[in-house]
Write a protein that binds this ligand. Structure first.
Ligand SMILES: *Cc1c(COP(=O)(O)O)cnc(C)c1O
Length: 644
């Protein structure tokens, strides 16, 4: 870990260490003074804005850390990119159809995000996908009237009526039938309202995909029609003389599919369904291939579940050519290709920024010059080992030290060793482990018995955020997001650490990091300075995190701002939203903040009566209580600075 040497450390070394180019897709870089920047191409040239400048601007407006930052340009860029890349693939393959993307609302339902996607996406006719009645309402409020609107999920009469009205208004609103029970209701309601529906059928493809979402695909997935149900549904539509309504086939293989071969099999299978139904005379026009386009969180272009062995061009080409080739067998017209790419569209746009509040180090506190007399022989032996490290094999040193440490702990429990002896022994153990780490050559293979030594001595950095609120997937499914300091990258990061959040939950931590050298349970970080905040950023976290978050330990939403970067490297704060206050969080849990306050007031008044406090103190306590109810839920570093 010590090459290149600490003295010659440069921002390039940091960029390489944290793998910024591998996972950043060009959206982030490092300035010569060591700050992470948002990096954007403009016709007038490349522009880079340090995240620290944005944090400064947010703070001046009263939005302190933790802060969720959205960069609108990055969202726009992804929408352009996916549309342009499909266009290119279509042109190259001489495909006689077009691409029409839709954004699946569930991936990020936040107003600022949906509004931006609807507005910017209109340039490309980019549509929306709803998975519930509430999401459909959201789509209708945002999408242009001629927009493409895909309705998935279970549909009751109200959902269907809304969709039918949308069709009447001019939206291309498709009901994707997920189960056989849905069709009779759609037929009934469309006759009742006298509006002809647009219908899609969701098929179960048997091709199974790997990754974390394998259950979405295959025979046993809970969504979609089996082949027999598909045929029966088509026949039912024919009996009702409604085959003209059936214009779309849909499948969704899963999210974050790492292997392009698996995507290809799925697309091939879906195309075969499309071809045969078309050959039967169904006037299909759209083939919707759902989500699955992966984000390379790890940045190593592999089949790892958090990476992918393809890029966007590969993906577009794969879809276009596979459909074209499969349909060529029966000379079928080429459909409009739809994808519901959610993760890919929004992951890059959001960055969670938080400050470090404190550090716990696993280091010897102090060691005596010479071994004290009259102490337990085991402690003396540990002392001697510490002095003889260079004479013994490192593996032996470490095994001896651990064995002895554990014996000493046992003897402490049984009362044979005193608290002072144990304290010395623990310090000695840490000193030995530290010496072992320093002597190991980390460029070479590390003996198995020593692989844990670095981790056992790693610092814990305490961050001002909640994993459960802001990064729920790291806890729920072991998702690793790129994490790194957003400044001081011109300094050598000499510490190794895992990160703990503000909750009192041992799961509230980050201990799975992405470095260019591979995955790691510790992250290289800089020692804290007393005079300045140390700020970390969690990147690529725009997909799925925001509404899955929960109120563990009553930590609510963080502050959020959306910025737009201009071609002269200035930026505008477009939207801002204060984090939840304590009283807002309490209201979500059905507390009534007013009666909450009154309840406390009654207790305080009683304390006055009993002579525990006087009236002046009563006023102070009540004022505090009421102010704290209106504070945000996170650690208030502004107040700490002022108080000192
Ligand atoms: C969740 C979901 C998506 C989004 O998938 P991504 O992998 O995030 O692009 C698309 N379609 C359906 C039906 C979904 O359930």
């Amino acid at each position: 870990m010590t090459t290149p040497a600490k003295q010659n450390w440069s921002v390039k070394d940091s960029a390489a260490l944290y793998g910024i180019e591998n996972w950043g897709g060009g959206d982030f870089s490092v300035s010569s003074t060591g700050e992470v920047t948002i990096s954007l191409p403009f016709p007038t040239g490349q522009v880079a804005v340090p995240l620290t400048d944005i944090i400064q601007a947010a703070r001046e407006r009263g939005y302190d850390l933790p802060l969720l930052l959205r960069v609108e340009n990055l969202l726009d860029a992804r929408i352009s990119l996916i549309n342009e890349t499909f266009r290119k693939a279509i042109r190259t393959a001489e495909y006689r159809g077009s691409y029409n993307g839709v954004f699946p609302i569930k991936v990020n339902q936040q107003c600022a995000v949906i509004e931006e996607i609807s507005q910017f996406g209109a340039n490309y006719g980019h549509g929306l996908e709803a998975g519930s009645k509430a999401e459909l309402l959201l789509c209708l409020a945002n999408l242009n009237e001629d927009g493409l609107l895909i309705c998935n999920g279970y549909k009751d009469q109200d959902y269907i009526d809304l969709g039918l009205w949308a069709t009447k208004l001019g939206y291309r609103c498709f009901f994707v039938i997920e189960s056989v029970a849905e069709l009779p209701l759609i037929i009934e309601r469309s006759q009742k309202l006298n509006i002809r529906p647009l219908i899609g059928l969701r098929i179960k493809v048997s091709a199974k995909v790997s990754g974390l979402w394998t259950e979405t695909s295959g025979d046993r997935s809970s969504f979609g029609l089996s082949t027999a149900q598909l045929v029966a549904t088509v026949d039912q539509l024919r009996d009702e003389k409604m085959t003209d309504c059936l214009q779309l086939l849909h499948c969704h293989l899963g999210s974050q599919i790492p292997d392009i071969k698996e995507i290809q099999s799925g697309v091939q299978e879906a195309s075969r369904f499309y071809a045969d139904l078309t050959a039967e005379g169904i006037p299909l026009r759209y083939l919707d291939l759902g989500g699955g386009l992966a984000v390379d969180y790890i940045g190593n272009q592999s089949k790892h579940s958090q990476s992918c062995n393809y890029n966007l061009s590969d993906y577009c080409q794969c879809l276009v050519t596979t459909i074209k080739e499969t349909l060529a067998l029966q000379q079928i017209d080429h459909p409009t290709i739809i994808t519901e790419s959610g993760r890919f569209t929004v992951a890059h746009t959001s960055i969670l920024l938080f400050n470090i509040l404190d550090v716990m180090r696993y280091e010897p506190i102090s060691l005596p010059e010479s071994c004290p007399k009259d102490i337990h022989p085991l402690v003396t032996e540990q002392y001697q080992l510490h002095h003889e490290i260079s004479k013994i094999e490192l593996v032996d040193v470490y095994t001896q030290a651990i064995t002895r440490r554990d014996k000493i702990r046992n003897l402490f429990r049984s009362g044979t060793i005193t608290v002072r002896e144990r304290s010395l022994a623990e310090n000695l153990f840490l000193a030995i482990a530290k010496a072992v780490i320093e002597k190991l050559d980390w460029q070479k293979e590390i003996p198995l018995s020593l692989t844990g030594v670095k981790q056992s001595l790693a610092d814990i950095y305490y961050g001002n955020f909640s994993v459960f609120q802001s990064l729920p997937d790291t806890w729920a499914i072991g998702q690793a997001f790129p994490v790194l300091p957003i400044h001081r990258l011109n300094e050598f990061p000499e510490r190794n650490a895992s990160i703990s959040d503000l909750t009192c939950d041992c799961d509230g931590k980050l201990d799975h990091f992405i470095l260019s050298s591979g995955e790691s349970s510790t992250l290289p970080l800089h020692p804290l300075k007393t005079s300045e905040d140390y700020i970390l950023g969690v990147f690529l976290m725009g997909a799925y995190q925001e509404t899955l978050g929960d109120l563990h330990n009553l930590f609510g939403d963080t502050n959020v701002i959306s910025v737009r970067v201009n071609d002269d490297a200035s930026f505008d704060i477009i939207k801002e939203q204060s984090g939840d206050t304590v009283s807002e969080v309490l209201s979500m849990l059905e507390y009534n903040p007013t009666s909450f306050f009154t309840g406390f007031r009654d207790k305080i008044e009683l304390a006055v009566k009993q002579g525990k406090i006087n009236v002046t103190e009563r006023q102070q306590i009540l004022a505090q209580f009421s102010e704290r109810l209106n504070d945000q839920t996170y650690f208030n570093s502004t107040r700490r600075k002022h108080d000192h």
